[in-house]
Design a protein around this ligand. Structure first.
Ligand code: SF4
Ligand code: SF4
Length: 190
């Protein structure tokens, strides 16, 4: 199992090193939290996550739902007086959480995973199979009947391809996945 914290580094230093985000500059003004559109849905708000990292609270951070709730909109980065961008920091924390075998938030994890698996398989997203994978694995999304009306509407509008088609140059896409270590994420079960 890979370790989240590099030898010789504290948790905060490790997050800072891997994400490139200057976490130590944060002085808790909370402007990021005030502008975050999804802060209301987080167990720890964005500025609180920064503070927890500074305090070395690795378990609380990697086990939180906040790291899976961030949608990467970058609003916080534009508001922060210290040019701290939380989106890449949350990306790093999600990787670290998977490496440490923390359970991800299933709804978020399987949305990302279904999207990436579809591109790895076909070279682009095939909506029907992607949504089927997402629905099958996401315990919150198992209500197929509720979505059938929307799916049929999209189908008859021609928005959902009948059969998936592989793109030319798929090998290049797959090499990108190998380089990014996507196989590691594929081993995670939620
Ligand atoms: S806006 Fe910047 S300095 Fe203020 S709490 Fe957020 S990350 Fe820290
Ligand atoms: S990037 Fe994430 S933390 Fe920052 S404002 Fe957007 S959702 Fe909130």
């Amino acid at each position: 199992m890979a370790i989240a914290v590099e030898p010789g580094l504290t948790f905060a230093q490790s997050v800072q090193e891997r994400s490139g985000v200057p976490i130590s500059r944060c002085y808790f003004c909370q402007k990021c939290t005030a502008g975050c559109p999804v802060a209301f849905a987080m167990d720890y708000q964005p500025a609180q996550v920064l503070r927890l990292i500074q305090l070395g609270q690795e378990e609380a951070v990697l086990g939180s739902s906040a790291i899976w709730t961030c949608v990467g909109c970058e609003i916080c980065g534009t508001r922060c007086p210290n040019e701290i961008r939380l989106a890449p920091m949350f990306d790093t924390l999600r990787y670290m959480a998977l490496e440490k075998e923390y359970k991800p938030e299933p709804a978020v994890y399987w949305l990302h995973r279904s999207f990436l698996d579809s591109i790895r398989l076909w070279g682009r997203v095939h909506e029907m199979s992607m949504l089927a994978q997402y629905k099958l694995h996401n315990p919150l999304g198992a209500d197929f009947a509720a979505d059938m009306k929307v799916a049929l509407y999209l189908f008859f509008k021609g928005k959902i391809l009948h059969l998936p088609e592989r793109i030319r140059g798929l090998a290049v896409i797959r090499r990108l996945y190998e380089r990014a270590g996507h196989h590691r994420a594929a081993e995670v079960e939620s």
